[in-house]
Design a protein around this ligand. Sequence first.
Ligand SMILES: [Zn+2]
Ligand SMILES: [Zn+2]
Length: 275
Amino acid sequence: MRTDYHLHLRPDEPGATPERHFTAANAERYREAAEERGIAELGVAEHVYRFTAALEVWEHPFWREWARDDIDDYCGFVREETDLRLGIEADYVPGREDRMGNLLEGRDWDYVIGSVHFLRDRSVDTEDYSVWGAGESPEKVWRRYFETVAESALSGLYDVIAHPDLVKVWGNRAPRPDGDLRYFYEPAVEAFAEAGVAVELSTAGLRKPVGELYPARPYLEMVLDAGCPIALSSDAHLPEQVGFEYERAIELLQELGVQELAVFERRERRMEPVG
Ligand SMILES: [Zn+2]
Ligand SMILES: [Zn+2]
């Protein structure tokens, strides 16, 4: 069963309101695009920081700028007006695990996706607040990034760890460490295995300057050697991005002998043949 669990029903733009995008007709556009591409199982994972409740977790100016919407309205809409799985992309904020746990608690997610977009108050993947430009060495940034990804897995908050090497997003527009990158991946892979989380194979990196899948092939090989389940996603922000470049992802999974994908329902995971 092919899945696309990491869908956003709207672009990351201030004018993309729930009134315009959280509608049955918009969900149907994603469903139609998925059907054309043979993807049976779809779920949404809206950014947690677009909900006002997120400001009880963290008050970074980026979050203050974006937090506008009501999280319960979102959950109600997905459950009542769509046939999509209900997920959320919940940033990992070190030290705020209890607060994020409180936000997630009591809402009936099918899955919770954990992502690391910030290292302290510096952003990995946006030009505003960028982690790059403060003169830190790429080795230091990468080490801190993968340690934070490891902590996110061990926090117990998440079912799936998203785009697990997002730090490479800028490709050669940002500095990158030399040598064997597996040294950086190691702590994250150990944590995934210990925590028993699924790891996302995301085609979103193919739309970004880096032009690669997340995770990179050697990283994915380590994840598979460690026995971690894979969740397949496009991180689409538009209907036409559903299942984006899935051929490349599926080909890689076949080459590496992966026959099953993780499927989620009410935070229970089972494995289904890729198909
Ligand atoms: Zn993300
Ligand atoms: Zn996302």
